[in-house]
Design a protein around this ligand. Structure first.
Ligand SMILES: Cc1ncc(COP(=O)(O)O)c(C=O)c1O
Ligand SMILES: Nc1c(O)cccc1C(=O)C[C@H](N)C(=O)O
Length: 396
């Protein structure tokens, strides 16, 4: 049995704040500051360049990848960390197209996070004419998986609505039609149990700064199914993905398996933060996390629907949602600003979505009740109807 009171005590949450934005930037685990400080002083400071070996910095991308593997249903040796998620999307897409010659269509959906689509468009500009990005509404993906699709590029959980694709069913359908699959797990890893191997995913990518709590700018991860690992062509052929980086060979020879998805120097300080963040997950049962996530989400939905006229944007069917709850309101932006000013942090996504991340590691029933009551009070009193709440900030 996972004790979520124990995990809550492992975070430094500011007093007086109710944090429902861990689906965008996870909060600070208590152990992170010391762990990063140790890397700075005892490793970098004291050991200088030898720390690449003595502190095992060079091996960390694989070791951390394996720890993330447990959370996404991968075996050791199939996941590696590094770079940003945008870069990992590009890598996976280039490799998948190369693995499926003769096919030229990338299928994605209009609910995908823009960077995934931008990365696809950018890659297409480097390819010969005839390659295409086909984008359809999320609910129409299945019927558009046809025999001309090279690869599907889907984010499992829609960042705005929280709607969740059926990874297993869509992957099967893709394979039946001769297509490969790339799953973006940005809103899945650490949100609920993910089963990349069992679900048959060909590639999976994700970030570590949301539900995994590794901090702003923390490295992304990539999983490659073992059946592809020795054939995946690295489009971003960096020296640390080379078979023998320290041979400084002028010819690129890809490293074994997942190693070839490494590009350049790994971010050591961010890896220290990721290591501390992953410690929190030790002993956490992901099925228990899911059960609690649904319980807290249902509690929020029930309280908000009972006390406001906000429209639920997240599917009610538990199988069709991730670990966030979204509501629509034409004045969503101003309402969210008023809510944040009152100490309840969620976020807003254009054009009208109020988003709340449900993160059982550190949220309690009390937090949910307080958030719902504060939201109702702001709507009842129209406290949101002020110029300073309507004025858009550059980054939100
Ligand atoms: C689904 C999804 N993919 C990609 C990204 C972008 O990743 P990054 O900024 O780490 O490259 C995000 C969030 O920023 C996201 O939600
Ligand atoms: N990665 C972010 C950033 O660097 C700044 C602000 C927000 C983000 C986000 O992660 C946005 C996020 N992917 C989303 O779901 O909207």
């Amino acid at each position: 049995m996972t004790d979520f009171t124990r995990t809550r005590a492992l975070f430094d949450l500011p007093q007086g704040i109710t944090y429902l934005d861990g689906n965008s930037l996870g909060p600070l685990p208590t152990a992170t500051a010391d762990r990063v400080a140790r890397t700075v002083t005892q490793e970098w400071g004291a050991q200088l360049i030898s720390a690449w070996n003595t502190a095992d910095w060079m091996a960390m991308p694989r070791a951390l990848g394996d720890r993330i593997g447990r959370l996404i249903g991968a075996e050791p040796g199939q996941t590696v960390i590094g770079d940003t998620l945008s870069i990992k999307v590009f890598q996976a897409l280039a490799a998948a197209l190369h693995l499926n010659p003769g096919r030229r269509v990338i299928l994605s959906d209009t609910g995908n996070f823009p960077t995934d689509l931008y990365m696809a468009e950018g890659l297409l500009k480097l390819l010969p004419d005839g390659f295409e990005l086909r984008t359809v509404p999320p609910e129409d993906v299945a019927q558009n998986i046809t025999e001309d699709i090279a690869v599907t590029l889907l984010t499992e959980v829609d960042y705005r609505t929280g709607r969740r694709h059926d990874m297993g069913a869509l992957t099967r359908l893709a394979h039946d039609n001769g297509a490969l699959t790339i799953w973006d797990l940005a809103h899945s890893a650490g949100a609920f149990p993910v089963h990349v191997a069992q679900g048959g995913a060909d590639f999976a990518v994700g970030c570590t700064y949301k539900y995994l709590n590794a901090g702003p700018g923390a490295p992304a991860f990539i999983y490659v199914a073992p059946r592809h690992a020795e054939h995946a062509e690295p489009a971003l052929a960096g020296w640390l993905g080379h078979k023998a980086p320290f041979a400084f060979d002028l010819n690129y020879i890809p490293g074994a398996g997942i190693e070839r998805m490494r590009v350049g120097t790994p971010p050591v300080l961010q890896m220290a933060a990721l290591e501390a963040a992953l410690d929190v997950w030790e002993g956490v049962d992901l099925d228990a996390l899911r059960a609690r996530s649904l319980e807290l989400a249902d509690r929020l939905v029930a309280a908000v629907e009972a006390s406001t006229d906000l429209a639920l944007a997240t599917p009610r069917d538990p199988a069709m949602r991730g670990s966030q709850v979204s509501f629509r309101h034409p004045q969503g932006y101003a309402i969210m600003q008023a809510l944040i000013a009152a100490g309840v942090i969620g976020d807003f996504r254009a054009p009208d979505i109020l988003r709340f991340g449900i993160t059982p590691l550190y949220l309690s029933e009390g937090d949910i009740d307080h958030a719902a009551a504060t939201l109702a009070q702001i709507l009842d009193s129209r406290a949101w109807d002020r110029p300073e709440y309507r004025a858009r900030k550059p980054v939100t």
